[in-house]
Design a protein around this ligand. Structure first.
Ligand SMILES: [Zn+2]
Ligand SMILES: [Zn+2]
Ligand SMILES: [Zn+2]
Length: 251
């Protein structure tokens, strides 16, 4: 099993359009500092799945036949906008595992094209290529699922978008031996939002759930600025994610 972050940014991304701050200027000049919509690529048993579909160029990144399915966390635009082009492709259907959400996003349900949406219940595991995926309820402004993915002896959790965790999700995760937790951390410390973690929230979850490693994702512009000014703020086994970063296994 391999997990690579494709995008590590919030909906606005990095550089922030129109911003002339030091961090944005650096990111404009250095692709490695840019943050595109939060998403990841999961390789499991030689097959390729996406966690979220906010990348705008999915059809170029994943030529026909190279994508076996998509696990959607929720239907906010920054997590599904890549589907609006992908759906009009021809050929094999692409399964999309998603939360039960009557609205979806725009006309995705009405005109799914080659996408086949499969709504999942929280805490009801399903099999994915010989691995097991358990959807987990998250705290967000739309129905949202995180995913606990187990394959052979490895366990990773992908948890965005969320503010804290519902008690049942936190309890379930606390009972696992997680190799990796990828967790929403959109905001700098002290900056509160009802649907997203700030760094204090993410640190509390990291301590409570005790994964071997945590990686922060869905990073917002202000958090990048804050981290540049406070480079020692993170414990050893917690790091800020970057686009194109292989987060599991560690090489
Ligand atoms: Zn800026
Ligand atoms: Zn969202
Ligand atoms: Zn989001």
């Amino acid at each position: 099993m391999r997990l690579k972050l494709l995008g590590s940014g919030n909906a606005a991304g990095m550089p922030l359009y129109g911003c002339a701050c030091e961090v944005c200027i650096e990111a404009s000049a250095n692709r490695r500092l840019q943050r595109t919509p939060c998403s990841a690529q999961l390789e499991i048993d030689g097959r390729t799945y996406l966690l979220d579909a906010g990348q705008m160029n999915l059809t170029q990144q994943f030529p026909a036949g190279s994508l076996d399915g998509i696990l959607l966390t929720h239907f906010h635009v920054d997590h599904v906008q890549g589907l609006f082009h992908l759906r009009w492709g021809v050929g094999e259907e692409i399964p999309v595992y998603c939360p039960e959400d009557g609205e979806g996003c725009a006309d995705l349900y009405k005109h799914p094209g080659i996408l086949r949406f499969h709504a999942q219940q929280a805490y009801v595991p399903f099999v994915l290529e010989g691995g097991q995926v358990t959807p987990l309820s998250l705290n967000h402004s739309k129905p949202t699922l995180g995913y606990l993915i187990a394959w052979q002896n490895a366990q990773i959790a992908y948890l965005t978008d969320t503010k804290g965790l519902p008690p049942k999700t936190a309890e379930l995760l606390g009972r696992q031996k997680l190799d990796l937790m990828v967790i929403d951390c959109s905001l700098m410390p002290g900056c509160d939002h009802p649907g997203h973690n700030n760094l204090d929230d993410a640190l509390v979850l990291h301590k409570a759930i005790r994964p071997r490693r945590s990686v922060l994702t869905h990073i917002g512009h202000d958090l990048d600025i804050w981290l540049k000014a406070n480079p020692q703020a993170l414990p050893d086994n917690l790091s800020v994610g970057h686009d194109e970063q292989l987060v599991y296994p560690i090489v």
